[in-house]
Design a protein around this ligand. Sequence first.
Ligand code: ATP
Ligand code: MG
Length: 276
Amino acid sequence: MSTVLEARGLKRDYHIAGGLFSPTKTVHAVKGVSFSVDRGQTLAIVGESGCGKSTLARMLTLIDAPTAGSLHIDGQPMDVAKGVTSDMRRKVQIVFQNPYGSLNPRQKVGDVLTEPLLLNTDLSASQRREKAMAMLVKVGLGPEHFNRYPHMFSGGQRQRIAIARALMLNPSLLVLDEPVSALDLSVQAQILNLLADLQDELGLTYVFISHDLSVVRYIADKVMVMYYGEVVEYGTRDEVFAAPSHDYTKKLFASTPRADIESIRARMAARGAPAA
Ligand SMILES: Nc1ncnc2c1ncn2[C@@H]1O[C@H](COP(=O)(O)OP(=O)(O)OP(=O)(O)O)[C@@H](O)[C@H]1O
Ligand SMILES: [Mg+2]
């Protein structure tokens, strides 16, 4: 199995300017984390608010340069400090939590989907249109949605559009930062199933950030638990769920409500997978 993502000692500090009499403060948001993800697999990243998940996501998606450490995607070094080429940019895409904020309200869905092709490929207008139509169908929407604006869709449909946009350039890696947290439970299950189906069909590789353990259990191959910027747990889903080793993870798992376990079973059953 080939490795898509290799992160070694990734670190990110933020310097916050002090006031007149207070010195500049440094926040060590991510303190040197290492992990890898193989093609077609999902790594879930879990941890409480402020532990550094989104900071890590911004480094993985080349939005932010790490303070130290290295990142390789498909074996190629991604040195953001030296500049991000469009070839690097195509390799990794992100889907955010909030489908309302991440889509331009003045852009029709067709333009949302064709824009990455316009900026990064030599395809003709009709080829771009054809690819966008096909992607709409792949994410469970239809050609009739091509000329509509984002406000004409439900939250779940908007997240489908965000996923479609992220896939337009065939990225090697998709980073999903709490992609279903803002959605109703039933819609969450539909989007999770869509992501699982797309992964099977296209061999996609995911880094999936979530604070919901039932979701993590459903989608993850590997699980990484972060705590104050450090990795405190890293292993296969079954290893981490069967025998959490760090005190924080034990507490996190103990506090998972019973209803979540029921909802995992329901989702697993809906997909025909054996309930864990
Ligand atoms: N641009 C920034 N400038 C200064 N500090 C920041 C910045 N972004 C994040 N931080 C700090 O870094 C730490 C990690 O933040 P981050 O957003 O990565 O957490 P998170 O795990 O994604 O949290 P949540 O679950 O709430 O989304 C926090 O202490 C946060 O206040
Ligand atoms: Mg976050």
